[in-house]
Design a protein around this ligand. Sequence first.
Ligand code: 3PG
Length: 308
Amino acid sequence: MPKKVLLATEKPFAKVAVEGISKIFAEAGYELVKLEKYTDKADLLKAVADADAMIIRSDKADAAVIEAGKNLKVIVRAGAGYDNIDLASATAKNICAMNTPGQNSNAVAELAMGMMVFLARNKFTEGNGSELKGKKLGIHAYGNVGRLVAGIAKGFGMTVYAFDPFVEKSKMEAEGIKVFDKMEELYSQCDYVSLHIPANDQTKKSINYDLLSKMKKGAALINTARKEVIDEEGLKKAMAEREDLKYATDIAPDCHAEIVESFGNRYHATKKKMGAETSEANINAGLAAANQIVRFLEKGDRAFQVNK
Ligand code: 3PG
């Protein structure tokens, strides 16, 4: 019996990426089953039942999915954030959970810059906008995406600042970044703040009223990370009180319908998360995920395991 891999993508990869993934599994002698654009979780529960491995994007691999995957040995999140995997359930069932860090980062970084331009130019409507050149950009978390945003922003002539207690200060400084030791400084001193923190117990709702109300006059927050890190009540309050604040997000908040009219050109949310929606990112992350599965199943290679 060939090993079976499920590609479960509610938001499918570009065709060219799926072809590349298929080729890798064909060469390994595995069977690839595709479950794309599914709307019913029951379809995922059924499809995972006899899979040895599974590739997902933002698809939820919760306790029920993991329980249903009786043969599952490895789950690869083709992307960076793995807040959609129930790691405790995976660990309890001895399933290796991995991500593919860095593979789709450039696509997300380019979108973050695009969102800055979009807000600076009144969402491409009439009227005078402003330029990014000479403005201060604060990178909140200097990981793969944050670092790339910093590099592009320098090309725009922005001065780049960062706050990241998990990255050595000297490393950031060596890359020409001005480092803040306190998160509040980043929010109070920068014209743009670009969010790149993961969603976890420490960060959920951490971008709150206190922080947002400290933002510099006319500042904009760009969120290509996760909606869960925003305290939506705090966001609404800060933006209602401060008519100069702007927010662009790649992940519509739960309160989207409530705020979209009132905040006009100061607010924008993409219709569907599109940070990693490029052929290049799909190829990079999809092929990396497929190769990681083959290396894990054939050689026990656990590189990029996230449930250690
Ligand atoms: C990630 O964590 O890799 C990004 O948020 C992209 O997510 P997606 O694959 O669901 O578009």
